[in-house]
Design a protein around this ligand. Structure first.
Ligand code: NAP
Length: 278
């Protein structure tokens, strides 16, 4: 058996086209502001891609780039300014921040109504109590993928490997919200394979190349590989490509989850604008 390959690029293009249509129908300006501190090359590429995608969807954007030695107070002042600016609907602080900054404190400074990354404790809490508003883009993109490919979630055994605030925990909350039976695994999990082998839906969000091997996967399972690992062989996921031989459907890396993330960020920006300017 060879797994159906989930086409993240095609699906992301579809979501982006829908957002563009919805932005036009909304009829009011929608604006995303980004803050990037430091000179991490990957972060500059990501932020550039977010601006390009925003413009293609008819979303205005503001690009704030600050040197790596900027004081945290300067970033907090900028966030306060953007919070108060009625023209700004979404604020995104590109991670990672430089070491001298307290990342949770900076993220908590963003107005939850403009928190398009969904990292503010209020938005995280809303997701966990079943009242989602702005949900982190990567796991919500995974949910769209599962739906688009017709994966049944109700009553399914879902196993999420990784428990970060950005991917693992919100992914688990989304799957629980859809009535899957959810197991969250992490670095202290004893016998990881005994959990992953039970999964009808397996999401790997770890950051360890090839951690999930084909012996760890139930035949026919839906396998979503969130991992992005830079190796000498190029970009690879957390799931060994040999898993394509046993899974029912699976995302490739690259071209799977990655493209969905920006599409869902655009959607979050529109959701924030719609909530602020009904
Ligand atoms: P993270 O914050 O480093 O979290 C990694 C998680 O994996 C932690 O919960 C950790 O457990 C767990 N873990 C580590 N080693 C493990 C092992 N051997 N067995 C089981 N669990 C293990 O990473 P993240 O931000 O969630 O990102 C995860 C991956 O997704 C990375 O490769 C990242 O680049 C990628 N990513 C991709 C996108 C995208 O758009 N495609 C977006 C975000 C992230 P502990 O909690 O016990 O330490």
């Amino acid at each position: 058996m060879t797994a159906i390959r989930i086409d993240g690029k095609a699906l992301a293009a579809k979501v982006r086209a829908q957002v563009a249509e919805d932005v036009e129908a909304f009829g009011k300006p929608v604006c995303l502001a980004t803050i990037l501190v430091g000179d991490d090359p990957a972060s500059h590429v990501y932020v550039g891609a977010k601006h390009k995608a925003s413009h293609e969807a008819g979303i205005d954007s503001r690009d704030h780039r600050l040197p790596g030695d900027t004081a945290e107070s300067v970033v907090l002042d900028l966030i306060a300014e953007l919070n108060a600016d009625d023209a700004v609907d979404g604020i995104l602080v590109q991670l990672p921040l430089p070491e001298h900054m307290d990342e949770p404190r900076v993220l908590r400074a963003v107005d939850p109504a403009k928190d398009v990354d969904g990292f503010h404790p209020l938005n995280a809490g809303r997701l966990f109590i079943g009242e989602p508003f702005l949900v982190p883009a990567t796991p919500s993109g995974v949910l769209v993928m599962l739906d688009e490919y017709g994966v049944a979630l109700e009553g399914a055994e879902a196993v999420v490997v990784g428990r970060s605030e950005i991917v693992g925990k919100p992914m688990a909350a989304l799957l629980l919200g859809r009535n899957a039976t959810v197991t969250i695994c992490h670095s202290r999990t004893a016998d990881l394979a005994s959990h992953t082998r039970r999964a009808d839906v397996l999401v790997a969000a770890v950051g360890r190349p090839g951690l999930i091997t084909k012996e760890m996967v139930k035949p026919g399972a839906a396998v979503i590989d969130v991992g992005v690992n830079r190796t000498e062989e190029g970009l690879v996921g957390d799931v060994d490509p040999a898993v394509f031989e046993v899974a029912g459907l699976m995302t490739p890396v690259p071209g799977g989850v990655g493209p969905m993330t920006i599409a869902m960020l655009l959607r979050n920006t529109l959701i924030a604008a719609q909530a602020r300017k009904p």
